[in-house]
Design a protein around this ligand. Structure first.
Ligand SMILES: C[S@@+](CC[C@H](N)C(=O)[O-])C[C@H]1O[C@@H](n2cnc3c(N)ncnc32)[C@H](O)[C@@H]1O
Length: 464
């Protein structure tokens, strides 16, 4: 049963013994509107201001004291974004006229209320009452009646509404039309499975740090603290949890025994034919998941971790420190090596390219709304520039691994076909593995299949 909260001031200030005003972390609710009120702030940050859920959520979560409230808020944000097109279609049928943009807070509260009624196990009367309580705190006299009316109408008319939306594919599959059409075109036989996978909660998967212990030993440690885990069939260091948990519950997490990383993202080392002492460039490295994995597998690599984003580069350093590893990090543009390269060729090149992230929508439902149709061509052009700029940095006989977390051919095999056509000294190495699907070039893992995110891998060698 989810704890329900009464409305509270945004930051509850009290006098402490020294007479200073401090935030009362123990006050009930601890923030405006509790979980629901804070979820409105997050939805506004994502949907109006284009911020990612991953960056908008943590600060608002911080404002909530009770772990049950934080869990509720997280569920409300992820769930509402996951089902947004359907919730919006329902809201449009139930509102007599669209709300003004300055009343987006009321609109987001309605969506949160509909999400609770349609997808959560909160008793309906409690979901309605608690949502209406938050409406009262928005400082708009009319909002309470509107929110109450929409939610009660939904309860009464849900079957009829479902019928009305039966032919509305955007509402039905909860994807924007442009994205639905792209996925349908790319995967005419699999699109339905793919969009359904995007609506699922992904598993939490761990990468066991093989420098510290074997996967089997770590599995035993997990089981000893009551976690249910299973080894992943294709990613040799991966353990899949049956339920997501706070990382603090993972044995030795702070000591670097494991990291959280999807199994599909753990396939890179096996494709790079790593050898002792090789010089490797991880060209789009932050936050360092693959860099760290490569060093866990081959600790004496000379690894250069490059990223254009200084803030994200810091996360590589933090991750490396926790894992007891070291990499040379450089802030720079992969498409402009003249600005950072020291002139020494690399034996291996890992390009985990910036992409649409259409393979990880189940983890980041906000992608469906932060991306626009014309981003895909722009991203493909960026990937093409990065590939062309970095290829000369690979020594003859060296190997390049091109990776995306996309399921779109424009960023994947079509990108690689164009690259091969434009570079006489590039030759594909067939990836001969039991996972994923062979594409005209490279291999595609489809989202949700084999407990993995959607990833694309292509291996290219430079001829001597
Ligand atoms: C898919 S993420 C990389 C994930 C990372 N390889 C890992 O496993 O943790 C793509 C990264 O590319 C970086 N990036 C985007 N454009 C870049 C560019 N022109 N040069 C270098 N890095 C870039 C982004 O900042 C982002 O961190």
């Amino acid at each position: 049963m989810v704890m329900l909260m009464l409305i509270e001031p945004a930051i509850d200030l009290v006098m402490n013994k020294a007479g200073r005003r401090t935030r009362n972390r123990h006050a009930k609710g601890g923030s405006k509107g509790g979980a629901r009120g804070q979820a409105i702030v997050v939805l506004e940050a994502v949907l109006r201001h284009g911020r990612s859920l991953a960056t908008a959520l943590p600060a608002q979560l911080e404002l909530l004291d009770a772990s049950a409230e934080r869990a509720l808020m997280q569920e409300l944000c992820y769930g509402t974004l996951r089902w947004l097109p359907r919730l919006e279609a329902v809201a449009a049928l139930l509102l007599s006229k669209p709300l003004r943009s300055r009343d987006c807070d009321v609109y987001y509260l309605i969506l949160l209320g509909l999400y609770q009624l349609a997808y959560m196990r909160i008793p309906a009367h409690a979901a309605v009452d608690e949502t209406v309580v938050v409406a009262r705190g928005l400082g708009k006299d009319w909002a309470r009646a509107v929110v109450n009316g929409v939610l009660r109408n939904f309860q009464r008319r849900s079957d009829e509404l479902e019928q009305q939306l039966a032919d509305d594919t955007v509402a039905l599959y909860a994807h924007p039309r442009w994205l639905l059409e792209l996925i349908q075109t790319a995967w005419p036989d699999d699109w339905e499975m793919l969009v359904e996978a995007n609506q699922q909660r992904p598993p939490m998967t761990l990468r066991v740090n093989q420098c510290q212990q074997s996967r089997q030993d770590y599995q035993i440690k997990c089981e000893a603290v009551g976690l249910v885990v299973r080894p992943h069939a294709y990613a040799g260091n991966a353990l899949v949890l049956d339920q997501a948990v706070d990382v603090q519950r993972l044995p030795g997490f702070a000591r670097g025994w494991s990291s959280v990383q999807d199994a599909a993202a753990q396939l890179a080392p096996g494709l790079l034919d790593l050898k002792s002492g090789q010089r490797l460039l991880d060209a789009c490295a932050a936050p360092g998941g693959k860099s760290a994995h490569l060093l866990e597998v081959q600790p004496d690599l000379e690894l250069v971790a490059l990223d254009i984003d200084d803030g994200r580069l810091q996360r590589i350093a933090d991750n490396m420190q926790r894992l007891g590893l070291a990499a040379n990090t450089i802030c720079g543009d992969a498409a402009d090596p003249a600005s950072w390269w020291d002139g020494e060729l690399f034996d291996r090149l890992l390009i985990d390219a910036p992409c649409s992230a259409t393979g990880v929508i189940r983890r980041h439902p906000d992608i469906k709304f932060l991306r626009q149709a014309d981003d895909i061509a722009a991203l493909a052009a960026m990937q093409c520039n990065i590939l062309a700029a970095l290829w000369p940095l690979l020594r003859p006989g060296g190997r390049m691994l091109y990776v995306t977390c996309s399921i779109l051919p424009q960023e994947n095999h079509e990108q690689m076909m164009a690259f091969l056509a434009g570079h006489d000294d590039a030759r594909e190495v067939t990836i001969d593995v039991p996972w994923g699907r062979a594409m005209p070039v490279g291999r595609q893992v489809l989202s949700g299949v084999e407990a993995m995110d959607g990833f694309y891998y292509a291996c290219i060698v430079k001829q001597t």
